[in-house]
Design a protein around this ligand. Structure first.
Ligand code: ZN
Length: 110
């Protein structure tokens, strides 16, 4: 689905975060509940259309607000909950995500 490493990492980070959130809030097992699954689909679709691609920072810090307000609120909620727990559950992924957040991307269509 994503061709470069950076985007693959962002996609798997979002998926891991949603899994933790869903397990803790909706009692999901192996699969996400319908609501979280829909949110993941949406996040992936946004990533695909991201103008920064491999240069992108984390969605959390991005200057382009490509999420609709409603979806943005939902993903914020997930990040707020899972963010501090990421280092506990997925240390390497959490650290990489923090590092990615320091990127200062410039849009390709500048
Ligand atoms: Zn859920």
């Amino acid at each position: 689905m994503f061709t470069n490493k950076r985007m693959k990492r962002e996609a798997s980070t979002i998926e891991a975060m949603l899994r933790i959130y869903c397990r803790h809030h909706h009692g999901a097992g192996k699969n996400l509940c319908a609501e979280c699954d829909q949110l993941l689909e949406y996040a992936f679709a946004r990533l695909k259309n991201c103008p920064f691609q491999e240069e992108k920072t984390t969605c959390w810090k991005c200057s382009v607000h490509c999420y609709t307000p409603g979806m943005r609120e939902r993903i914020r909620e997930v990040m707020r909950y899972v963010g501090p727990r990421m280092l506990l559950h997925r240390p390497l992924m959490g650290i990489m995500h923090i590092l990615d957040g320091f990127r200062r991307p410039s849009p390709k269509n500048k």
